[in-house]
Design a protein around this ligand. Structure first.
Ligand SMILES: NC(=O)c1ccc[n+]([C@@H]2O[C@H](COP(=O)([O-])OP(=O)(O)OC[C@H]3O[C@@H](n4cnc5c(N)ncnc54)[C@H](OP(=O)(O)O)[C@@H]3O)[C@@H](O)[C@H]2O)c1
Length: 334
């Protein structure tokens, strides 16, 4: 059946300005790392994408290597884009990245101009797009001059293949350097995509350059935390073992069973109790907790089914925390 987007799709979503740029992103964005690959079910991921857009989620995040197999998430997205989203292209912010291993040989990963520019071309072809809205350097390359990697991002924008550029998982110091180079090139850094959740708070940690969050706030760069639910740990699903079909149970899932320790479970149980007192699920509270900081432009969630997506979207109904609640969370996470 032809897809017609819900006419009320902009009624309930909150849109936040991405740093000091002109671009706004939905407070919740959807990533296609897991559950949209060649091993997954077409009707399931199509329904998630349609539902997301119907609820005002205008931002879909991809990368060259998402699958498995690598590249298949972009291919599958391309099929659905053509069938369902073509009329809505100007309402969507689509991102992709290059940095991790994509093809064999010396030019298939990291940050050389050779790799980054070829990878962008490949991503556009797989998705059937003329341009992406944001193109990222997926990881810092210690063996390539940063000027070369940032120069490749700048060229991609000048060639009309991306509108904005971003960086992912760069430290505070690397971020400052990248931001400076990009500014000199005339293509400002729009956004940083770091791993950030209640269970992984490296972005808050002080460094000689300041914390990454402080650097992003000072420089007017957006922040879009990935794995905000710690790959599903920050939900009630692992409180009593590892359920069948969950990411920790999947052979190709990135979440390792070894991450689910008794100490983590104890914290999750205490957080779950607090979430219930707030009238939220643990997943909803974990997302709301990130969104309380206005430097966080959007949280980049994953989902394996539409019901999870709908559950996570409900987090926007309560993003306020009392001082007591915040103190309690610090106590639990300590
Ligand atoms: N830049 C980078 O290097 C990088 C790295 C990783 C991810 N990312 C981006 O970030 C996106 C999100 O990462 P992620 O998938 O790890 O995010 P996440 O939101 O932390 O985890 C998603 C998983 O949590 C579970 N889940 C989601 N909503 C739930 C809910 N309401 N209740 C219970 N369980 C729920 C599902 O697990 P089950 O599958 O077990 O049901 C889902 O697959 C990726 O798709 C990608 O776009 C970027």
């Amino acid at each position: 059946m032809n897809y017609l987007a819900d006419s009320s799709r902009y009624d309930n979503m909150e849109y936040r300005r991405c740093g000091r740029s002109g671009l706004k992103l939905p407070a919740i964005s959807l990533g296609l790392w897991h559950n949209f690959g060649g091993v997954d079910v077409f009707e399931n991921y199509r329904d998630m994408l349609r539902t997301a857009f119907d609820k005002g989620v205008t931002h879909f995040d991809l990368a060259n290597n998402y699958g498995p197999p690598p590249g298949s998430a972009e291919e599958n997205f391309g099929v659905i884009f053509k069938k369902d989203f073509l009329p809505y292209r100007d309402e969507l912010v689509i991102s992709s990245k290059a940095g991790y291993l994509m093809w064999p040989g010396p030019y298939g990963e990291w940050g050389s101009r050779k790799y980054v520019m070829a990878s962008c071309d490949q991503s556009l072809k797989r998705m059937g797009l003329d341009y992406v809205d944001i193109f990222y350097s997926h990881r810092f390359d210690p063996n390539t001059p940063l000027e070369e990697t940032m120069g490749a991002l700048d060229s991609i924008v000048r060639q009309g293949k991306a509108l904005y550029v971003g960086i992912s998982s760069y430290t505070a110091e690397q971020t400052l350097e990248a931001v400076k180079i990009l500014k000199e090139l005339g293509t400002p850094c729009l956004i940083h995509q770091p791993k950030y959740s209640m269970l992984d708070r490296w972005v808050e940690a002080p460094t000689p350059a300041g914390s990454l969050l402080d650097v992003l706030g000072d420089k007017g760069i957006g922040c879009i935390p990935f794995s905000p639910l710690a790959q599903g740990l920050l939900s009630n699903k692992y409180l009593n073992g590892i359920p069948e079909g969950s990411r920790a149970a999947l052979p190709h899932g990135f979440l390792q069973e070894s991450a689910i320790t008794p100490e983590v479970i104890e914290k999750l149980k205490a957080l779950d109790t607090l979430a219930q007192q707030r009238g939220q699920s643990l997943a909803q509270m974990a997302l709301a907790w990130l969104l309380k900081d206005q430097r966080v432009t959007s949280v980049l969630i994953g989902a394996s089914r539409t019901s999870q997506l709908l559950d996570s979207l409900e987090s926007l109904n309560n993003t306020n925390f009392s001082t007591e609640e915040l103190n309690k969370i610090e106590e639990i996470l300590a």
